[in-house]
Design a protein around this ligand. Structure first.
Ligand SMILES: Cc1ncc(COP(=O)(O)O)c(C=O)c1O
Length: 397
């Protein structure tokens, strides 16, 4: 300990340290690339593969482990790794488990950039990508080479709720790993690690924390959660090797937002339900897609899995094909409260338009022909949101 520091040193080394007994509502924030070892014994005794043996910022800090533990607990999982975006969490799963010659099955409504990543792996490493219809488990036909089955519940554009029970049963029988993109359910709509009377469980869940956990439309992050130590160790190794890590500040923001995530999720679902009921009355919309709508694809699977009736705040509509792209663009441009932008789960309602013909490989007979618009319902008053859509619908004609 230096008694008489020079001014330049004082600029760097502060005299006061927070006492151990100080507690605040939010946990202290650790920002760290370097982690300081108290002694050489700590340096030499640590093991890099022990996630609680702090050694360097990329391997985690108390802040990132706090969020990871909390997410694992909400999800009913055991281990959690954080990644800088939902897509990067998806890619971590693909990079860890797929090798040359393996086969991976994905739903036809898969999150597009996941498919792009898999196509890239296919070209570079000869990985076979096979596509199934999420509401028809018969279309998933695992082979000896099948290593991984991707699931999404529900699909984030066309909202099909998959036949999760049959799909996971089949995967387990064929010893195929199951990874669920659980961003829609947010760990609240159903328990991915125990979702049926037979205690079926997926092996891995992935979340875009960018959506509901962040809740602000301003932070990107992803998570990978499992209950299986062996899978976790494999993921952990690639996570560490690739230097996948997140910022302490962003992590602290998400920890802060988690406290009200359930309330936001429920409110957005309630707002979406009101919108859905109104949209079903509009003659311009020939199909309204939302798992809680009785004629939405996979509605019965949703009912059997989301027993508490939970659903997220996403509603899509397919417009009558007599409305061409120019008309749908006029509609979207005329919206005032719904902002044109990707993503969901924030306070501001968002809208996006899609041409399914350019996005799907299988013949989706459960979907009507026509351009699709997805509404991501925020926290505004639903009556104002309905009014906004009503005004914009006039631009269709
Ligand atoms: C279903 C789903 N999964 C994953 C992602 C990727 O998340 P991120 O935007 O954090 O990369 C998204 C983003 O829109 C998504 O909709």
């Amino acid at each position: 300990m230096l008694d008489d520091k020079k001014p330049q040193t004082s600029l760097i080394h502060a005299p006061r340290k927070a006492p151990q007994y100080i507690h605040s509502i939010q946990p202290p924030l650790f920002r760290a690339s370097t982690i300081i070892f108290p002694t050489t014994a700590h340096l030499f005794d640590r093991h890099w593969s022990d996630p609680y043996d702090y050694s360097y910022g990329t391997h985690g800090t108390p802040t990132t482990f706090t969020l990871g533990d909390q997410l694992a607990e909400i999800e009913g999982g055991q281990y959690c790794l954080l990644a800088p975006s939902g897509l990067s969490a998806i890619n971590l799963v693909n990079s860890t488990f797929l090798s040359h010659g393996d086969e991976v099955w994905v739903p036809d409504n898969i999150y597009g950039p996941n498919m792009e990543h898999l196509n890239n792996l296919r070209q570079r490493y000869g990985i076979q990508v096979r596509i199934y219809n999420p509401i028809d488990a018969e279309s998933f036909i695992p082979s000896e080479k099948t290593r991984l089955l991707w699931l999404e519940a529900a699909g984030s554009i066309t909202m099909e709720f998959p036949d999760l029970i049959q799909l996971v049963r089949k995967a387990q029988a064929a010893q195929v790993l199951t990874a669920l993109d659980n961003t829609w359910g947010a760990g609240l709509a159903f328990n991915a690690f125990d979702f049926s009377n037979e205690h079926l469980s997926v092996d891995i869940t992935v979340h875009a924390l960018t959506k509901y956990p962040s809740g602000g439309g301003d932070i990107l992050m992803g998570s990978v959660i499992t209950r299986d130590k062996n899978l976790y160790q494999q993921l952990f190794k690639i996570h560490a090797n690739q230097g996948i890590c997140v910022s302490g500040d962003d992590t602290a923001q998400i920890i802060r937002s988690l406290a009200h995530m359930r309330l936001r999720y429920q409110q957005q679902a309630e707002n979406a339900q009101k919108l859905l009921e109104w949209l079903q009355q509009q003659p311009q919309c020939i199909q309204v897609l939302h798992p809680a709508a009785s004629n939405s694809p996979g509605h019965d699977y949703w009912k059997s899995i989301c027993k508490n009736g939970q659903s997220a705040g996403l509603v899509s509509v397919i417009f009558d094909p007599k409305y061409d792209l120019a008309a749908i663009r006029r509609f979207c441009d005329a919206l005032n409260l719904f902002k044109l932008g990707f993503s969901w789960g924030g306070p501001v309602s968002l809208v996006m338009l899609y041409d399914l013909k350019q996005m799907r490989i299988l013949n989706n007979t459960h979907l009507q022909q026509g351009l699709l618009v997805r509404f991501c319902v925020g926290l505004e008053d639903p009556e104002d949101l309905i009014q906004d859509i009503q005004n914009a619908l006039q631009q269709l004609e």
